[in-house]
Design a protein around this ligand. Structure first.
Ligand code: ZN
Length: 89
């Protein structure tokens, strides 16, 4: 991956919720799908794993820690309150 691509990917990771980079393997048996975050790095089913430094991953997790955003948290609280208010006849 070129430096420009790298920094673009990092920018997207920090700014676009739910974004994940494409598989970076030279030969991907799964045809370079978007990767899945495994809690530490992004990985592909072909065995490829990203190599972001721990500092970046820490910032990434801080940014999107679960629940993902403040508005998500508010929504979640509202949903829970709504469930509590359901009266079962
Ligand atoms: Zn792959």
């Amino acid at each position: 991956m070129s430096d420009i691509m790298q920094s673009l990917v990092r920018q997207n990771l920090m700014q676009r919720e739910g974004y994940s980079p494409y598989c970076g393997a030279a030969k991907c048996s799964h045809r370079w799908p978007r990767t899945v975050f495994d809690g530490e790095q992004f990985k592909c089913d072909c065995g490829w794993r990203s190599r972001f430094e721990p500092e970046f991953i820490a910032r990434y997790k801080e940014r999107w820690g679960s629940p993902k955003t403040m508005s998500d948290q508010i929504e979640l609280a509202a949903a829970r309150a709504a469930i509590r208010n359901v009266v079962i006849p």
